[in-house]
Design a protein around this ligand. Sequence first.
Ligand code: APR
Length: 342
Amino acid sequence: MTGLKSDERLQGNELIIEAIGDFNKEQSEENALHITMAILKRIEDDGCMIAPIQFHDNAGNPVKLNALTEEELVKLQENDDLNVSVQAVSDEQTMTDWLPVFTSYESYHKGDTTTVMVHPLAELMAIALDIGLAGVMIDPWDDYALNIPAESLASIMELAMEPGDDGDLTLIQGDITKMDIECIVNAANNTLLGGSGVDGAIHKAAGPQLLEECRTLHGCKTGEAKLTKGYNLPADYVIHTVGPIYSGTLKDESQLFDCYWNSLDLAAQNDIHAIAFPAISTGVFGYPKEEACPVAIDAVLEWLNMNDDYGMKVAFCVHNNEDYAMYRQHLDMILGEPDSER
Ligand code: APR
């Protein structure tokens, strides 16, 4: 209908549909758990679902748009004069608003058609929680429809965002500010006084006390790291490190390596045993992701090997499907574990 990526991107939703069907047949705790596990697996696997969206101008007036290709949609989302938000549906009985998500186009076509986007399920769930919806409705027009109330959503998200207990190194796609982990790393700048990107997101989520503490640190050199509390974040601590502004010289790699190494050292000096990194320098600082990814993984693996008696759990928290696929591929290549086992 909209020329967005075909249903192949939505494969793997069958597990969720099957689990919902089993649960509707027998509403046991075990079947409910199967739904959660199927959803967690879908999130881990890059869980994209279809969600209806609407565009409005800066005055808040709805802007009706025809069917969009994915390229047109991405361009429109970059257009500052237009805002995009998800379209909620109301449940007349309970008078509450829910976020509908569809596991396939044929499920979606059973209801009203509008503009849609294919988006990671984890982020759609986070949006539903952020805007205070009652929860998420999976395939609302189908007879196997399932409503996941906000409180269950929060626990599914928490499970999805916690690094797995197995192994020292995990890969997660999502918003690092939502991670319930001992320490998250901030991709800061030399002033440590905040900015956009992940720096902006962390300061926004942590609250003003973070900036107050950062002020006492008097900046941070590129490649170095400094520690603060996490304040309103679920994380107890934030380690602020400053990545290199990409210059295309050899210095880039050694400074980026130092960011991961020094952050891990600082964490260990403070008896921290679980830490999550964003993809440092690959946003505003322009470090090409495909070059930065192996440097990040090498630095972390080398530190873990050198300190294997310390017991540090590390999570790479990437923010989109492309980064997830890239890190997944590099990790499987370096760790030599076939996809199916991870
Ligand atoms: N959770 C996880 N990752 C995120 C999040 C988030 N909430 N927000 C952004 N990212 C990802 C981006 O997609 C990118 O891959 O973090 C990576 C780093 O991007 P930036 O935040 O732009 O950081 P960096 O490239 O290191 O530039 C740092 O940007 O925000 C300013 O003050 C900061 O001046 C500093 C510069």
